[in-house]
Design a protein around this ligand. Structure first.
Ligand code: ADP
Ligand code: MG
Length: 503
């Protein structure tokens, strides 16, 4: 076999000649207070090896006891993904030796997952909906964390020594496995990203995990294969492990498609193997040749009784499920009357919650969108921060819009009020008072300003009297200038006409 690596094939070129198939395995760390099979804490960031018990250390004679909260979370996830929930299922031992697995086996589920045969609709950036079929969602425990010290790459090869932290060993995980996703063509990378993103949103909506990608709460393994045509049998897949950002999921799939096309073009075959993703260079490299299931000598876990969730309990859990993110988005779009493109911009800007709270605080949906996607989006961009991190609350934007609706400030003044709020000068009401920004509709003050403007432009008065309303605008402009934009323009127009008739 030649040792040279075939060149990558340009992505569009690869897609024009091959049909990609993807499959995604997502691991989510559940947010339970204690581990899957013992009472050790799951708190993030503790000193290494302080959150362990004889069970999570695999000491002889230590017996596991299943965490009910973890089972409930797994059922919630299964139901949210439209799965069947097993009436009875068992744990299995997946046997292998590695220092981060102190028992020399991982307690997992194998052929009896708690949830199976589901589906979830995901929405791509342009609004296209793709249905992803779920093969199963099963419970398992996390392994400990190895740290390889002294090498250049942080991997075991070239390291001088390794450290193991068992704090993570035994933290409950749910692994969700898709059926092969076919028929998505050049959108495969985007589908993979949108799918993981949708799951993250669901985990958060269900409140089963903090689902923070950067902490590794959610990790994805992406399987990719190519075939010559959509009619051909599935090709050999590779599994790129532990990709932990949305963007990396998309890039990893894209890269694998280009790489495998190169391998096939060179007349070789794709090796079924795990691969590592390299964030910095955007490439994958070979890991280990994939073990077959039989290598793990799976057998039923004798120390745990089967899990048999009653149908009543499952229905109780189903009744507590919150609205799912995609359905919620659709409902809000209808309620708010936004066009598809407007809604998409709102979603991409992460502004749904902000607008929802602004509307709850009394602003019309159109006005709420105008503030968050206009003035505030520009400010956030200039400051280089997220919308949600701006020093203004949706309640304050709601109050500001109410001032506009009541005619107490006009659009221009409202922007000045907002600037005051952003500068930390207090609530919109407080800024109006402190800066004296209210619209002047008090006739006394306006009359004086109108008379002054009329006196300065006698020719205009003549024209208006002659029936030409056009120049009224010039007088209003002069009054606005004199009142620093605070005059009530409608009232000024009325006064001008009255004065001219009287005069
Ligand atoms: P493993 O134990 O090897 O991780 P799993 O069954 O847990 O296997 O997951 C395999 C994933 O790969 C699933 O999402 C499955 O749909 C997907 N898959 C299987 N065959 C192919 C293929 N030929 N091409 C792409 N994805 C595939
Ligand atoms: Mg797997």
């Amino acid at each position: 076999m030649s040792t040279t690596t075939p060149p990558l094939v340009d992505y569009d070129e690869a897609i024009s000649r091959f049909d990609p198939v993807i499959g995604i395995e997502v691991h989510v760390e559940l947010g339970t207070a204690t581990k899957m099979f013992d009472g050790a804490s799951t708190e993030f960031g503790a000193e290494p090896n302080t959150q362990v018990t004889p069970v999570s250390l695999g000491l002889p004679g230590a017996l596991p006891a299943l965490n009910g909260k973890a089972v409930e979370s797994a059922i919630k996830i299964g139901l949210a993904l439209n799965c069947e929930i097993a009436e009875l299922c068992r744990f299995a031992r997946k046997n292998y030796f590695y220092p981060d697995v102190p028992k020399n086996f991982q307690t997992s589920q194998y052929d009896e997952p708690i949830a199976f045969d589901g589906w979830i609709d995901i929405e791509l950036d342009d609004g296209e909906v793709v249905r992803v079929e779920i093969e199963r969602a099963h419970m398992e425990e996390d392994a400990g964390k190895n740290t390889h010290v002294g090498g250049a790459t942080g991997r075991i090869h070239g390291a001088e020594y390794s450290l193991v932290d068992y704090n993570r060993a035994g933290i409950p995980l749910v692994e969700i496995v898709t059926r092969p996703i076919t028929g998505v063509g050049d959108r495969a990378p985007e589908v993979a990203r949108a799918y993981v993103q949708t799951l993250r949103d669901i985990f958060r909506a269900l409140d089963v995990s903090e689902a923070r990608m950067e902490r590794g709460n959610v990790r994805a393994d992406v399987n990719v294969s190519l075939r010559a045509t959509p009619e051909a049998p599935l090709g050999t897949r590779t599994e790129t492990k532990n990709v932990n950002s949305f963007r990396s999921v998309e890039r990893a799939v894209r890269h694998e498609i280009s790489r495998q096309a190169g391998v096939l073009d060179a007349g070789r075959t794709v090796t079924q193997e795990t691969r590592h993703w390299h964030e910095d260079t955007g490439v994958t490299t070979a890991g280990r040749v994939k073990s077959d299931a039989e290598d793990y000598r799976y057998f039923p876990e004798p120390d745990l009784v089967p899990v048999a969730p009653s149908r009543e309990w499952v229905e109780e859990i189903r009744a507590t499920l919150p609205e799912m993110p995609v359905a919620r988005r659709r409902r809000l779009q209808t309620e708010w009357g936004y066009a598809d493109a407007e809604m998409r911009d709102v979603v991409n800007a992460g502004a749904i919650e902000l607008i929802e709270a602004t509307v709850a605080a009394g602003a019309a949906p159109a006005a709420a969108r105008k503030w968050w996607m206009g003035e505030l989006a520009r400010t956030a961009k200039t400051e280089g921060v997220e919308l949600a991190d701006l020093p203004v609350t949706p309640e304050q934007i709601g109050q500001l819009q109410q001032l506009v609706d009541a005619g107490r400030v006009n659009d221009k003044l409202a922007r000045q009020v907002l600037a005051g709020v952003l500068a930390g000068e207090g609530s919109p009401e407080e800024v109006v008072t402190a800066r004296g920004l209210e619209v002047v509709s008090d006739d006394g003050a306006l009359l004086a300003a109108v008379d002054e403007a009329l006196a300065a432009q006698p020719d205009v008065v003549e024209k208006i009297r002659g029936g030409n309303q056009g120049p009224v605008g010039a007088i209003i402009g002069a009054v606005m200038k004199a009142t620093r934009g605070q005059a009530d323009a409608g009232r000024v127009r009325e006064i001008v006409l009255e004065r001219v008739q009287q005069g």
